[in-house]
Design a protein around this ligand. Structure first.
Ligand code: NAI
Length: 256
């Protein structure tokens, strides 16, 4: 039995992933604000420390994988805290427990939005690990009436962090693949209200065209995530894998 930590396990992609792993016989330790094995608020440094400590107390012999799904959409500085620091700081805190596994793996959820226009200064503040500055810049963007780049910025920063960290000491050299899965539009409680609004749906369909099979169900993402944290994935690391029905290929074409 593999022991796998899933954040955001109470809803959407995290929930579908936890269900699929349990069906396959793995032990899942769900982390979420509520309705989870470990209730924790990943938007704060204290919440992340508490979550990592609770995992360590439950699994003193280590964990085999982390699937980081907890995230927020919208136009609030809070999403920088959850989508970037809530993922990177928790993974950093859990790395020693992963290193105890014979076949450790980690994966996070990025987004097609990470390829869209973003705020370079905010991304740099994230990558520098400066949460205070990042939140200040995010608040300034909100105050200027330009909050729509916050979400793409949080996901662009995350994709770059994955790329750097995957080959940093303690990861590849410790046998831990670290990747991101980037969805297009997925039918989860985060996205359904947006797609229910005809004007918003039109904007999303234009920004995220999905010629292959349309919107994805959360189970589709769960299958990619579970494979990336399975022992079968021995050599993919530092990558963002687009599970997006052709959205990235359509919007970026040859210009990658
Ligand atoms: P969801 O809203 O269904 O699930 C997100 C989960 O994260 C919830 O259970 C929520 O309680 C948890 N969460 C939020 N803030 C938290 C905090 N401070 N501490 C602990 N847990 C917290 O959303 P969905 O769609 O399943 O999203 C999962 C991930 O996928 C997110 O990172 C999101 O940005 C990403 N994503 C989703 C897409 C979509 O179309 N649904 C598209 C691209 C990326």
């Amino acid at each position: 039995t593999r022991r796998i930590v899933v954040t955001g396990s109470a809803s959407g992609i995290g929930r579908a992933t936890a269900e699929l792993l349990r069906e396959r016989g793995d032990e899942v330790i769900g982390v979420d604000l509520r309705d989870a094995d470990i209730a924790a608020d990943l938007s704060t440094p204290e919440g992340r420390v508490a979550a990592a400590a609770a995992v360590a107390a439950r699994c003193p012999d280590g964990i085999d994988a982390v699937v980081a799904c907890a995230g927020l959409s919208g136009v609030t500085p809070l999403l920088v805290r959850v989508n970037y620091f809530g993922v990177t700081e928790l993974l950093t805190a859990l790395r020693p427990l992963l290193a105890k596994s014979a076949e450790p793996r980690a994966v996070v959820i990025g987004s097609i939005s990470g390829t869209m226009p973003h705020d370079a200064e905010l991304v740099e503040a994230c990558l520098a690990g400066d949460e205070q500055l990042a939140v200040k810049l995010a608040q300034a963007a909100v105050d200027r009436g330009e909050p729509r780049r916050l979400y793409p910025s949080s996901k662009a920063a995350l994709a770059r962090w994955i790329r750097r960290t995957a080959i940093a000491p303690g990861w590849a050299d410790a046998g831990i693949p670290l990747n991101a899965v980037a969805p297009g539009n997925v039918l989860t409680p985060m996205m359904l209200p947006i797609l229910d609004d005809p004007a918003m749906k039109k904007v999303m369909d234009q920004a995220v065209p999905m010629p292959l099979n349309g919107y994805a169900k959360p189970e589709v993402l769960a299958r990619a995530l579970t494979w990336l944290v399975s022992p079968e994935n021995s050599h993919i690391t530092g990558q963002t894998i687009y599970v997006d029905g052709g959205a990235e290929a359509t919007t970026r074409g040859d210009g990658v």
